[in-house]
Ligand binder design. Structure first.
Ligand SMILES: [Fe+2]
Length: 510
């Protein structure tokens, strides 16, 4: 059954490792014992893969529910990475510190690895071994590659559901996991049915954001997904505050007050994700947009549509983020969802791509979504249509091969076709991968929406899950994977599979 979502899309209705033979550095860290308590309660993760390196992450916590973390003390943490899951061929190891200033998170940037292969890693602190994570490097630059599997998801509201989707995502054995935002929800408990509570108060400062991440990360299925593959992460609004954009959210906070909150939220985000040091925020600024190449097979550009966006448009006539389609301010070509610098950067990544598949990871539904009463939302691409048009024109004019948009945020699965103008042949195809646990829309509402948006070929709002992309030089498939329910043990099934033909945009059911 559908429960009303606090976020109305359409607005139509309301493994622990055995240590084995310990290297010296391993033993030193172990000697700094913190008696008895396992500090690896938040699991391990990896991310930001390159042909020769990857980031390894963990964050020490003996009590994920504590607001205060581990206090002011620093702890030694040893790490090692190996070519086999038994750690017989260790190719890198070292020791670092988990400091209070980083929320006792550890980010190890490993270099000197071989391209295009799997690795296994683990940490040790206070005599405790972490779970073992599996990761991989990207293929050599320009290499011909046979296959890439990306699993992608978004929107994992803790209190509305368990993370069965993550367990199945891990079992799908992806090369890469792409997470497109709403990793946490910052709010107090809402009106929805609470399957498992967290503190009934909104995260608003560094300690409370850190606590919210720890709360989410205690989930074993989420830990399994992190331990299965390297992640590339992008945030959406709920990592900071509902519907925020630039220096404003929907609260009466002044820009100064909001940016202080944003700085704390960005810092907690960096601490809790497997990101490089060069992404570390500087106050309320954090550069997260970036791209990744998978040999010659694929380029993935991931964009930040929250930090740099212009103010919400047509606010004088706004009604619960719905605005008239023909509100003239909306169409101002100077309006940007990504900001000028990021738009320029993206145009460059599109124009110089040699890749066969060009993926755009973005937070939400990119295609136009006209509502039946002649309105659109001003919170997503429809509030900034000039940016969408510029990207589509760049894809078209650069004759870029096989552009595909992957999205999240709207808590629904969508497959759609993206054209510069309605009715024109599609330039790109888009696949929005549902939500891990956040509640969505009724299919009755989505079917009504599809009636006035014929470029949306598939929609499913009542099932939670994730998307899976398989790319080869010959062609690709996108599979929407749905869990039967929001309980822990829920099985998964294929909701729909789409063929992605090489050289031809459009939604084709397999
Ligand atoms: Fe969400």
């Amino acid at each position: 059954m559908h429960s009303p979502s606090r976020r109305h899309l359409l607005g139509l209705t309301a493994a622990a490792a055995s240590i084995g033979l310990a290297p010296a550095v391993w033993t030193r860290a172990a000697a700094q014992a913190r008696a008895g308590e396992n500090p690896f309660r938040l699991g391990v993760a990896s991310g930001e893969p390159l042909p020769d390196g990857v980031v390894l992450w963990t964050r020490l916590s003996t009590d994920p529910r504590a607001l205060s973390g581990l206090g002011p003390q620093a702890f030694d943490v040893a790490w090692e990475i190996a070519e086999d899951d038994g750690f017989r061929r260790v190719v890198g190891k070292g020791e670092t510190k988990a400091r209070a200033a980083d929320g006792h998170a550890v980010h190890v940037e490993v270099a000197g690895l071989r391209p295009g292969r799997e690795y296994w890693y683990r940490f040790n602190s206070g005599g405790h071994a972490s779970p073992v994570g599996r990761t991989r490097t990207t293929p050599e630059r320009g290499a011909q590659v046979d296959h890439l599997r990306i699993a992608y998801g978004s929107c994992q509201k803790w209190e509305t559901g368990y993370y069965a989707a993550h367990r199945h995502l891990a079992a799908d054995n992806p090369d890469l996991v792409l997470f497109l935002g709403d990793y946490i929800y910052e709010g107090a408990l809402g009106r929805e049915e609470v399957l498992r509570p967290h503190p009934d108060v909104a995260a608003r400062d560094l300690d409370s954001y850190r606590q919210r991440y720890a709360w989410y990360k205690q989930d074993a299925d989420l830990q399994a997904a992190h331990a299965a593959a390297p992640w590339v992460v992008m945030w959406d609004d709920h990592e900071v505050s509902n519907d925020y954009g630039g220096d404003a959210d929907r609260t009466p906070a002044t820009p100064g007050q909001f940016l202080r909150r944003r700085a704390d939220a960005y810092r907690a985000y960096w601490e809790n994700m497997p990101l490089r040091r060069d992404a570390h925020p500087d106050g309320a600024k954090m550069r997260l947009y970036r791209s990744l190449d998978w040999g010659r097979l694929a380029r993935l550009a991931v964009v930040d549509d929250r930090q740099y966006r212009g103010a919400r448009t047509c606010r004088a006539v706004e009604e619960k983020k719905r605005i008239p389609y023909d509100c003239p301010e909306r169409l101002d070509p100077k309006r940007s969802l990504l900001g000028e610098d990021q738009e320029k950067w993206l145009a460059g990544r599109i124009a110089d791509s040699q890749a066969q598949w060009n993926l755009l990871g973005q937070q939400t539904l990119m295609g136009e979504l006209r509502l039946q009463e002649g309105k659109v939302s001003n919170d997503g691409w429809d509030g900034y249509p000039a940016t969408r048009r510029r990207i589509l024109e760049t894809w078209r004019d650069a004759k870029v091969a096989n552009p595909i948009a992957l999205g999240g945020d709207v808590h629904c699965f969508f497959a759609g076709e993206l054209s510069v103008e309605r009715g024109q042949p599609p330039i790109a195809t888009e696949f929005v991968g549902g939500s891990i646990s956040s509640l969505g829309e009724t299919n009755a509402n989505l079917n009504a929406a599809r009636f006035v948006n014929p470029h949306l070929k598939y929609a499913e709002g009542e099932v939670r899950g994730y998307g899976r992309v398989d790319l080869t030089p010959k062609g690709g498939t996108v599979t929407f994977r749905g869990v039967n329910g929001l309980d822990k043990g829920s099985p998964v099934r294929d909701l729909a599979t789409f063929v992605v033909e090489n050289g031809k945009a459009g939604v084709v059911r397999a």
